[in-house]
Write a protein that binds this ligand. Structure first.
Ligand code: ZN
Ligand code: ZN
Length: 260
């Protein structure tokens, strides 16, 4: 039975064409790949393996075109449970990981009308250099497409209201607010807003009890906590952590306002 594998990466060249809108994918642009993986169970024959291999070339798409490639039901069946297992995900910048999480949620039909919107090709224009890509992300679309994941409609709405309220603050104030709650303050203002609003509504994820160093990360898609690891000051290297362990306390701590 054939399976599918998903990849995400920054385009290594400008040669690939989006299989959805047929336009070029700029070098350095975030692109999503879909690959048919033929199951080779029992295929001992070299020719059959060769054939299967030929069918394995990755089809690339603009990140924003990707949700239109297949229907929501197909995506719900074939997308990986956890976006972290998508090849290349770990190598993306934090803002783009959030973008892929949001895109996968859109693929599964989280946003109304997803799948039948025409390709708006919000990818950067041809005159821009690949280096400018990072700050040229089409944030408008990302802002509209929210990753619902395991959140209830009520929680999503509360987060939206909180975001609108917090958006009056500038990035420095948001950063201070996040730091007060022990949360990372890196990213664009949109990322800071999302992070602050989510933790203000749901509470702040606890520190990992396994390493007692890093604050746990929570995936809106899977609803699971994971430890991002930490930088060991003594050994001067980054350490991975398998936390949280079974029985670790995962209770969120209440959000703290500045000056409180
Ligand atoms: Zn496209
Ligand atoms: Zn840990």
């Amino acid at each position: 039975m054939p399976g599918f594998s998903f990849e995400c990466e920054y385009a290594k060249s400008a040669r690939a064409t989006c299989k959805q809108c047929k336009e070029k994918i700029d070098k350095g642009a975030l692109r999503l790949g879909l690959k048919v993986v033929a199951s080779l169970d029992g295929e001992e024959d070299a020719a059959a393996r060769q054939q299967a291999h030929a069918a394995e070339s990755t089809k690339w798409h603009h990140a924003d075109c990707f949700p239109q490639v297949r229907g929501a039901a197909w995506f719900r069946k074939h997308l990986p449970e956890s976006v972290e297992t998508c090849a290349g995900f770990g190598d993306l910048a934090e803002a783009d990981r959030a973008r892929v999480v949001a895109l996968f949620a859109t693929c599964r039909g989280a946003a109304p009308g997803a799948g039948d919107t025409p390709c708006k090709t919000p990818h950067p224009g041809k005159k821009r250099s690949a280096g400018a890509e990072a700050e040229e992300q089409p944030s408008g679309k990302q802002a509209r497409v929210e990753a619902a994941g395991v959140l209830t409609g009520e929680q999503l709405q509360a987060i939206e209201v909180t975001k609108a309220e917090l958006s009056k603050k500038n990035a420095a104030m948001l950063g201070a607010l996040l730091a007060k709650n022990g949360l990372p303050k890196t990213g664009r203002k949109e990322d800071l807003l999302e992070r602050a609003a989510e933790c203000r509504v749901l509470g702040v994820p606890p520190t990992c009890a396994t390493c007692s160093k890093a604050r746990l990360k929570w995936s809106r898609v899977s609803g699971a906590f994971s430890c991002p690891g930490f930088f060991d000051e003594e050994e001067k290297r980054f350490k991975r952590c398998k936390g949280p362990g079974e029985g670790d306390d995962l209770a969120r701590t209440p959000w703290q306002e500045l000056g409180a």
